[in-house]
Write a protein that binds this ligand. Sequence first.
Ligand code: GLC
Length: 735
Amino acid sequence: MKKILFLLFLYTITFAQKKTFEQRADSVLALMSLEEKVGQLVQYSGGWATGAETGRPSEGSDELIRKGKVGSFLNVVGAEQTKKMQKAAVEESRLKIPLIFGLDVIHGYRSTFPVPIGEASTWNPTLIQKSARMQAEEASSGGVHWTFNPMVDIARDPRWGRIMEGSGEDPYLGSLMAAARVRGYQGDDLSANNTILACVKHYAAYGGAEGGRDYNTVDMSERNFRDFYLPPYKAAVEAGAGSLMASFNEIGGIPSSASKFLLTKILRDEWKTDAFVVSDWNSIGELIPHGVAKDLREAAILGIEATVDMDMEANAYYNHLADLVKEGKVDLKLVDDAVRRVLIAKFKLGLFDDPFKYCDVEREKKTIRSKEIIDATKEVASESLVLLKNEKNILPLSKDLKSIAVIGPLANSNEDPLGGWSGLSNKDEVVPLLEGIKNKLGNDVKINYAEGCKITGDDKSGFDKAIEAAKSSGVVIAIVGESSGMTGEANSRATLDLPGVQEDLIKELHKTGKPVVVVLLNGRPITIPWLQENIPAIIEAWYPGISTSFAVTNVLFGDYNPNGKLPVTFPRHVGQVPIHYNHKNTGRPHDPTNHYTSYYMDLENAPLYPFGYGLSYTTFEYSDLTLEKNQIKKDESLKVSVKVKNTGKYEGKEVVQLYIRDLVGSVTRPVKELKDFAKISLQPGETKAVEFTITPEKLKFHDINMNYVVEPGDFKVFVGTNSVDVKEASFTVVE
Ligand code: GLC
């Protein structure tokens, strides 16, 4: 009885509180003029531009604020600067409605964490929630109320540069990472001054761009969309995300910023969220080049009717929305609904109660780059590293080596390890790997450094010096990859090879006969079959952020045992793209004995490294895959257990992965789907039993009638260290 009373009390409070936010928003709405309502739906960049200029109003920011013509700014930072602008809003405008300040806090505000695809490589949602929490601590101390993150776009095409900003190709892993970041940013109390509003982007399916070319057309079946691309957005909204960002792309012929299917049907009618939607930079204005609006007036109508609540930098709402309402072209209710959602977010953040709660200069001074935050960057950077190859256990390297050659265009870089979207990071605070290795080993080891070549271009004049450095050293560490500017927005590549002549450089180093260890700094899967074939050790470091040297040198010299796993498939060649583990079987799956099956004449189908792949300095043995039973009803769960033993000599972490395959469905089903994983630590010789529960929810998909159901039939379950090296068992689902 007590529990029922408590739940009733909780519901009353929650309902009352939610009603309070709406009531409070409506009480302000009732006082607003049409122009002031439109002002709340306008956002401009008050600092640097993160998109093409759009010819915004001639009045300066202060003038716009005083007149109540703008409700939000992005790219304004600092307790002082935001306080100045907030003062103008709450002391000099007629209704004193506070501004909301947004910023791209993608993997850190000033203390940069690994890029999100690196964070996803930890397969540790708890750690990534902590990362987002630390990012929010720091950003909120700098006046930021709202981050345009998590970016949750599923990406199966590494040519797309924004694959760096997301969590890879899988909806299950992507959903866990999305929800973890929302919880980390928003915390338990959005009104606290160290929590910030999350923004789920880019809604939706922006990562499905044809040809992997940014901003390009996205076209897929609703089933593919709902089963593979939509889940991470839903997980983030279910985690309580207070806003979403409408994406640039069209999907199915309709640009997201004009899509009633995405924004009204799914977001409002199915998910019933009161989260508000901000357009991406000028994405409302881009309805014109998309060819669905003949001018900015029409674009404004399409945007507000689809329920894009706030217009980032398109001037569409600023210039036309009030007139469109007065002319009867736009229903005032649409504007009121949009304003209400924006005001609710501002009430949830506590900005009406204390507009200056994020403007504490003293808090900013003691929070920025605090030890707690820097320590967190070290922890996440370490777990983000993926060991791709370690032949004859050449790694970890001995600290007693007499001489080491450190070679490559990224060895002495302090900017590239930060990756793209690195906020207010200061590259002067980054220790380049060359210096990090020197610091790690002290003066007893001779370090022979040579850049060898640039990241791009065909100049090989530096090779000789690099070869000399290698010849006079006991081991070579080659630090290569992509510049941080080769991934991120608009940075698509038609090839996936190591840029420039970097691979040629490594071939020359290999010819010296010295053992070569390659450290990759890159933002997308790259095609390195020659390296995999010939180089004894390869570490995928992505862009580990401000603690790059701490993390990478600890792995290189054995003070940390790498445990990352790939959240995305690495192709052998760009010609295989799109290539992903959860593909369909087709009617003619490849059969080497039958020419008339699905394969390439000039390349094998298999990727270079599969989804979920990553090695350790130790080894793990899987045994005793056991199902509690071999038949379940549609509404029953099934327990699955496996034993994992550390059969090596290092303590290590292992990500035990569980996949399923639905053998026969009313529609075709993937050959594997990740449905659970557990990251465990094992001492040398230790064995642990890992137990999973396959719930009905994990078996659901959109059937031939687009109903989200479990279908009876035969299934396989796979458990292992990646999506290929698995043990399997079978079970059946009955009505
Ligand atoms: C950019 C990006 C988006 C970002 C926004 C604001 O164009 O597409 O990810 O949040 O503009 O900077």
